[in-house]
Design a protein around this ligand. Structure first.
Ligand SMILES: CC(C)(COP(=O)(O)OP(=O)(O)OC[C@H]1O[C@@H](n2cnc3c(N)ncnc32)[C@H](O)[C@@H]1OP(=O)(O)O)[C@@H](O)C(=O)NCCC(=O)NCCS
Length: 180
């Protein structure tokens, strides 16, 4: 597996995700999406596994993903948006973004919107779609009371580091680990 997750070619000309040529349609995910969201979520976790041996994917990750997504869809503090393709990929879910609003007991703003996962199939990358997902989930988190938006991703995931840095995100906390 390549560092792009599944090695597919990058698309050609850049396109804006908000113009008439938008290559995706974004909508809230629903229960019926879970079977297609699970493999996308697992692709992301397997990509992270490539970056760091401490992120080795569990054997039962498939079932865990199902449970996590079902729980998110029932949780008013969580948001899962599904990106559908257009044209030949119409009605096919080609990516998603998952986030949750968390309380910050010691800091203001008192609520943060945490982006937990963002994933697009390789053919949809590098065309501004990720930026569009980020903008939409940020607005949805703000509407749920978040005063700041944060993103959790593996420190070794260069794609995520560059993607978020380009959009003005900077590190504010760090989790350091060692095996026991
Ligand atoms: C992260 C992701 C959703 C971004 O979506 P996208 O549509 O490619 O992002 P945009 O087109 O809006 O922005 C592209 C920027 O993201 C970063 N980026 C995207 N792919 C990259 C890669 N393979 N290597 C390095 N940086 C990358 C760069 O900053 C890039 O800007 P550039 O093209 O000027 O170099 C998408 O690349 C993806 O699904 N990656 C795999 C999953 C992942 O790592 N998710 C983040 C961890 S939760």
């Amino acid at each position: 597996m390549s560092a792009t997750g599944d090695g597919s070619a990058r698309p050609g000309a850049p396109a804006s995700a908000e113009g008439p040529g938008t290559p995706i349609h974004l909508r809230p995910a629903r229960e019926a999406d879970v079977p297609v969201l699970v493999p996308l979520l697992l692709r992301l976790k397997r990509l992270n596994e490539e970056f760091d041996p401490l992120l080795k994917v569990r054997d039962d990750a498939d079932e865990q993903a199902r449970q996590v997504l079902h729980a998110n869809l029932a949780d008013p503090k969580a948001i899962v948006l599904a990106a559908e393709g257009v044209g030949a990929d119409k009605d096919k879910v080609v990516g998603f973004v998952r986030a949750v609003v968390r309380e910050r007991p010691f800091y203001v703003p008192e609520h943060e919107g945490v982006i937990l996962d963002i994933y697009l199939l390789p053919l949809y990358r590098r065309r501004g779609v990720g930026e569009y997902l980020l903008r939409e989930i940020s607005a949805a988190l703000k509407a749920k009371g978040a005063g700041v938006v944060t993103a959790e991703f593996p420190a070794q995931n260069e794609i995520a580091s560059r993607f978020y840095a380009k959009r003005g995100f900077r590190p504010i906390t760090a989790i350091h680990a060692r095996s026991l």
